[in-house]
Design a protein around this ligand. Structure first.
Ligand code: HMG
Ligand code: MG
Length: 315
């Protein structure tokens, strides 16, 4: 049977190509209570690469007690060395110099630091104030760049925070600017708890531009808690953003923000982009089969509507 695909009907003023930053193996798995075997993680990442994803966030070099699920980074990362680094980028999260040393020792060439726009989440996630966490990242970014690594900066709680409520745009812009000024090559704007709506996305992107942060430095990272992730992505594309984070099968959550649910599902994103005639290089059939396989490993159906529709899973 021919796999179901959307009709292609391009819309005006949208990019021709989007780079999907796949976060399933990191953001998707970090919150799983039961430890996923390292071999399963390695197979997941290989299958994602075979499905055409070229940026796959592999793991985190954080304190193993803070994120036990990713405590196998030292075993997992070497199991990915057969993937051609010219074609497949494998960024990893590092919070501090210790994490950077662990990552560089294993040959990582793309790292990500992760800041918060709110004090509450900076404390919960990094045990630091915003200022202290920026001080922690500065030598990490400097050294990573000296070593020739590409540096992504994440900024969490850009739209709302479970402890503080709505987050004022100027407050987000201030920390975003600090990360760019520190030398981050790109900045991913995180809607950690999924409360953003499209007008808010446009307002933040516009404010960042007005503060001197160019759109080509920006990516978007939407969690789908309130079902807004795709609408928010479309607003970002209309603004000119071409880097979109997503998680295969809609896996995800954040262990230090209880109200965070899964990320935007990569399949749902690819379905929309394909319908809009926007290139991603992703084979939707292979990707869906990978997420269906991963759902079996985790013992529960994928939350992605597209995965469910294409594999006829029970709701
Ligand atoms: P801390 O307890 O303040 O650490 O945690 P410390 O600097 O005081 O050090 C305490 C001990 O930890 C020391 O060992 C260090 O060596 C060790 P001791 O001397 O006691 O034996 N240590 C480490 N060990 C291994 N690897 C390391 C490391 N660092 C210190 N890298 C810390 C501070 C930052 C380490 C901790 O808070 C942490 O690991 N946090 C990570 C939390 C996390 O990974 N959260 C999820 C990712 S963020 C996210 O999901 C959001 C995102 O998706 C975007 C969005 O959705 O918004 C990116
Ligand atoms: Mg996230």
């Amino acid at each position: 049977m021919t796999p179901a695909l959307p009709m292609v009907a391009p819309a005006k003023n949208l990019p021709t190509h989007v780079r999907i930053h796949e976060v399933g193996p990191r953001d998707g798995l970090q919150n799983e209570k039961n430890l996923v075997p390292t071999e399963v993680k390695a197979e997941f990442i290989h299958r994602l690469a075979e499905a055409g994803l070229t940026t796959i966030e592999a793991t985190s070099f954080v304190h193993p007690k803070w994120v036990p699920q990713l405590a196998d980074a030292e075993t997992l990362f070497p199991a990915l060395q057969d993937l051609d680094p010219e074609k497949i980028h494998l960024p990893v999260l590092v919070p501090n110099e210790k994490g950077l040393t662990r990552a560089l020792t294993l040959g990582a060439s793309r790292i990500a630091v992760f800041a918060s726009a709110t004090e509450s989440f900076a404390k919960a996630n990094l045990n630091r104030t915003i200022a202290e966490s920026l001080d922690m990242f500065t030598p990490v970014v400097t050294r990573a760049k000296e070593e020739g690594a590409h540096v992504r900066g994440y900024l969490s709680m850009c739209f709302g925070d479970p402890w503080e409520g709505p987050v004022p745009v100027p407050q987000v812009v201030a920390t975003a600017k600090a990360l760019i000024d520190m030398g981050c090559d790109e900045l991913s704007l995180g809607d950690t708890i999924g409360v953003a709506t499209p007008g808010h996305v446009t307002a933040l992107l516009t404010a960042l531009n007005e503060a001197g942060v160019a759109t080509h430095h920006l990516g978007v990272h939407f969690h789908d808690t309130y079902g807004q992730a795709l609408s928010n992505t479309l607003a970002a594309l209309q603004h000119g953003v071409t880097t979109v984070d997503a998680s295969a099968g809609g896996l995800g959550g954040c262990p230090y923000a209880k109200s965070a649910t899964g990320n935007l599902a990569t399949e749902d994103l690819v379905w929309m982009l394909r319908g809009l005639g926007i290139e991603t290089g992703v084979d939707l059939g292979r990707l869906t089969a990978t997420s269906a396989w991963m759902a079996e490993q985790l013992g529960r159906p994928s939350p992605s509507r597209t995965v469910r529709a294409l594999t006829h899973q029970e709701q």
